[in-house]
Write a protein that binds this ligand. Structure first.
Ligand code: HMG
Ligand code: MG
Length: 298
C-alpha cells in the first residue's frame, strides 16, 4: 500500500531555472520561491552556490535568499559543491545544503570538473561544516538511472555513492534520473537496492521527464515505499551539463497524481497551477500537462 502522505520538494527555482539561457530577473526568482512556499511546499530548492562561470543563471543566489519571504516551517535548500559554496549557503542562512555527486565518472567530470573520488573529498568538509552549524545535509545522486555519456550505470556504483553520503551524515539522498531515461522496472530495482543501504524514509525520487516516463516512475517508487519526490512547477528544468536532459517531472502532474491516489501532500494544487502558468508566461514556454488542463477548465 502507498504511504498516506508524501513530501514534495519543489526544485523549480534551482533545477527549473538553471538551464534557462536568458537570465531570469532576480525579482522573478524571488516571486517564484514565495509563490511556491505559499502554495504549501514543505521544501523549496531555492538556488545554487556554484561557480557563476559554470552556471551564470544562479549567480544571484545570495540576493534571492536575502529577499525571499521566509515561510516558517519551509525548508529552503541550496546546492553546495564545495566549501566556497557552503560559505555562501551559511551566509544566506540556508536551512539545508545539498552536496551533489554522480554515479558515473563521465558525468562527474562534466558537472563538477573532477572525479567521483575528488568530489567526495570536497563534500566531506561541507558535511562536517553543516553538522557543526546544525544545517541539514542532503546528497543528490546524479545519473543513478543512466548517464548521457556512459549509458548504463551499474547499481554497485550508485550504492557506493549512497554509502558515502550516508557516512557523511546525509539525512536524505536523491536518486536522480538526470536525463529521464529510466522506466518503472528499473526504478523499482534501483530504489530497492538503495533502500538496503540507506533508510527508505530518507530516499527521494528526482525524476526528469525527457522520455515521458517520470509520472510512471513516481508510481514505481511509491510501490517500493519511497515517500519523497522532487518536481518543478510547469515542469521546468534540466542540467546544462547533461546533454539532452529536459525538465523535471511537473509539480502539477505529481500533485494531480497524488490527489488521485488519495495521498496527502499539504500542497495546494490550484496555487501551483497558477504559479506554473505565471512562470511559463514569463519564460514563454508551455506549462505542464496537468497545469494546462486544469487552467483550461476554469
Ligand atoms: P572548477 O573550475 O574546477 O573550480 O569548477 P575551481 O575550484 O578551480 O574554481 C574556479 C572558479 O570558480 C574560481 O573563481 C572559484 O573561486 C570559483 P576564479 O578564481 O576563476 O574567479 N568557484 C566558486 N564560485 C562560487 N561558488 C562556488 C565556487 N566554487 C568555485 N561554490 C565547480 C568546479 C564545482 C566549482 C564547478 O564545476 C561548478 O560550479 N559546477 C556546478 C555545476 C552545476 O551547478 N550543475 C548543475 C547542478 S547539478 C544538477 O542539476 C543535477 C541534479 O538536479 C540532480 C540530477 O538531476 O541529476 C542535482
Ligand atoms: Mg535534476
Amino acid at each position: 500500500s502507498y504511504p498516506q502522505r508524501v513530501k514534495i520538494v519543489e526544485v523549480g527555482p534551482r533545477d527549473g531555472l538553471q538551464n534557462e539561457k536568458e537570465l531570469v530577473p532576480t525579482d522573478v526568482k524571488v516571486e517564484l520561491c514565495d509563490r511556491l512556499s505559499a502554495a504549501g511546499f514543505p521544501n523549496v530548492e531555492a538556488t545554487s552556490f556554484v561557480s557563476p562561470k559554470w552556471v551564470p543563471q544562479m549567480a544571484d543566489g545570495a540576493e534571492v535568499m536575502a529577499r525571499i519571504a521566509r515561510r516558517p516551517g519551509t525548508i529552503y535548500s541550496v546546492l553546495t559543491p564545495n566549501m566556497k559554496g557552503f560559505e555562501g549557503a551559511l551566509a544566506a542562512k540556508a536551512d539545508e545544503v545539498v552536496i551533489f555527486g554522480a554515479a558515473s565518472e563521465a558525468f562527474s567530470q562534466k558537472n563538477l570538473n573532477c572525479s567521483i573520488a575528488e568530489s567526495m573529498d570536497r563534500f566531506a568538509p561541507v558535511a562536517e561544516a553543516a553538522k557543526a552549524h546544525g544545517i541539514r545535509l542532503r546528497g543528490a545522486l546524479s545519473t543513478a538511472l543512466g548517464c548521457p555519456y556512459q549509458g548504463e550505470v551499474p547499481i554497485e556504483d550508485v550504492l557506493y555513492v549512497a554509502r558515502r553520503f550516508k557516512e557523511m551524515g546525509c539525512i536524505e539522498i536523491d536518486i536522480a534520473d538526470t536525463i529521464g531515461v529510466a522506466t518503472p522496472q528499473k526504478v523499482r530495482k534501483v530504489m530497492e537496492a538503495v533502500a538496503k543501504e540507506f533508510p527508505i524514509e530518507g530516499i527521494a525520487g528526482h525524476f526528469h521527464d525527457t522520455y515521458g516516463q517520470a509520472v510512471a516512475n513516481v508510481v514505481a517508487a511509491l510501490d517500493v515505499g519511497i515517500s519523497i519526490f522532487h518536481s518543478s512547477a510547469a515542469g521546468l528544468g534540466g542540467c546544462p551539463f547533461a546533454k539532452g536532459a529536459t525538465g523535471n517531472v511537473a509539480s502539477e502532474d505529481v500533485l494531480y497524481l497524488m490527489r488521485g491516489l488519495d495521498i496527502e501532500t499539504g500542497v495546494d494544487l490550484d496555487a501551483v497551477v497558477d504559479t506554473g502558468q505565471w512562470i511559463s508566461a514569463h519564460l514563454q514556454r508551455k506549462s505542464s500537462r496537468a497545469g494546462n488542463a486544469i487552467a483550461a477548465k476554469r
